[in-house]
Ligand binder design. Structure first.
Ligand code: C2E
Ligand code: MG
Ligand code: MG
Ligand code: MG
Length: 299
């Protein structure tokens, strides 16, 4: 059943144990012969409000559970899928899954929710090749129509590399998506080489501060100042900030103190299956800071 499949312990797949090129070719062959619907699965990681631990949304993260290789992580196959073009149908499938799941979360909140809960949004990673595909807009339209998801409940995560080609077409494509009510996030913010001017030029709503910056928090005053600077910049531009890879309470506290509102990371929850995600939507807040006053809604 889906339940036991979600709980099954998959080995991590270590490509370095295999010979490089041959292994790549075997993985590629495996990808080519895989039917998307039956071979891949989507996990969901909560994005929480740092002060309350409430779930604001989930990031959809694809997995390839493989019979002999164990759980193959995206870093091992996304690049291959990009090179072969398979990322286009795979990405469309992830979007469909994530949108359908979001509608179920909305239903759960409507049925079982208390007044203090908003239905979570879903945030989906979109690779450059997928975004530049001429059918991408139609894929999004179809996803909205088929699932019935509110456009405001859908966030698309793009990396800075997409914006490097300071291209009118990219701007037009982004604007047509945001005109629908969809929001755009910049993923792994701070790791790319783009000039910051794109933050004014493109219709962006969210910055996701890369995990590498969060890791270094507390290690030096300079690192703290860097993340604080990003947070203030975002504030000034009216952007929402999400810190990635929050693993301990001290990072959470630092982020709160510099005014960063949202975070995701193992401190709150690892990526979980759809069923567990649905459960978390109505569960108590995640990783609350001890000693924070309870909000009135929680009595
Ligand atoms: P990302 O979008 O930056 O996603 C965050 C990654 O950090 C995820 O790895 C997540 O599992 C991991 N993570 C979250 N919290 C923590 C933490 O506290 N500690 C640590 N060590 N890691 C944490 P994952 O799922 O392996 O995904 C890796 C990358 O693969 C993603 O990075 C994203 O760029 C890409 N990816 C994942 N799913 C998709 C997809 O459906 N489409 C595309 N195009 N790319 C995807
Ligand atoms: Mg992401
Ligand atoms: Mg990221
Ligand atoms: Mg990342």
């Amino acid at each position: 059943s889906a339940k036991t499949a979600g709980k099954r312990q998959w080995r991590r797949y270590h490509p370095e144990l295999q010979s490089g090129m041959a292994e790549r070719a075997r993985l590629q062959a495996g990808l080519d012969s895989s039917s998307i619907e039956t071979s891949f699965m989507v996990l969901y990681q909560p994005i929480v409000e740092l002060t309350s631990g409430r779930i604001a949304g989930f990031e959809a993260l694809v997995r390839w559970p493989h019979s002999t290789r164990g759980m193959v992580l995206p870093e091992q196959f996304i690049t291959l899928a990009e090179e072969s073009g398979q990322i286009v149908p795979l990405g469309a499938w992830v979007l469909g899954q994530a949108a359908a799941e979001t509608v179920r979360w909305e239903d759960s909140v409507l049925r079982g929710g208390t007044a203090d809960r908003n239905a979570p949004y879903v945030s989906v990673n979109v690779s450059p090749r997928q975004f530049r595909d001429e059918e991408f807009y139609n894929v999004i339209r179809r996803t909205l129509d088929l699932s019935g998801i509110e456009p405001s409940s859908l966030v698309l995560e793009l990396t800075e590399s997409v914006l490097m080609y300071n291209d009118e077409r990219i701007l037009a494509e982004m604007s047509s998506l945001t005109d629908l009510g969809i929001r755009i996030a910049i993923d792994d913010f701070g790791t790319g080489y783009s000039s910051l001017s794109y933050l004014r030029e493109f219709p962006i709503s969210i910055l996701k501060i890369d995990k590498s910056f969060v890791d270094e928090l507390g290690r030096s005053p300079e690192q703290y100042a860097l993340v604080e600077g990003i947070t203030h910049l975002a504030d000034t531009l009216g952007l929402t900030v999400i810190a990635e890879g929050v693993e301990d309470v001290r990072q959470q506290e630092s982020l709160i103190s510099m005014g960063c509102r949202f975070g995701q990371g193992y401190l709150f929850a690892e990526p979980v299956g759809a069923e567990e995600a649905e459960h978390l939507v109505l569960a108590p807040p995640l990783g609350r800071l001890a000693g924070l006053p309870a909000t009135p809604a929680e009595g």
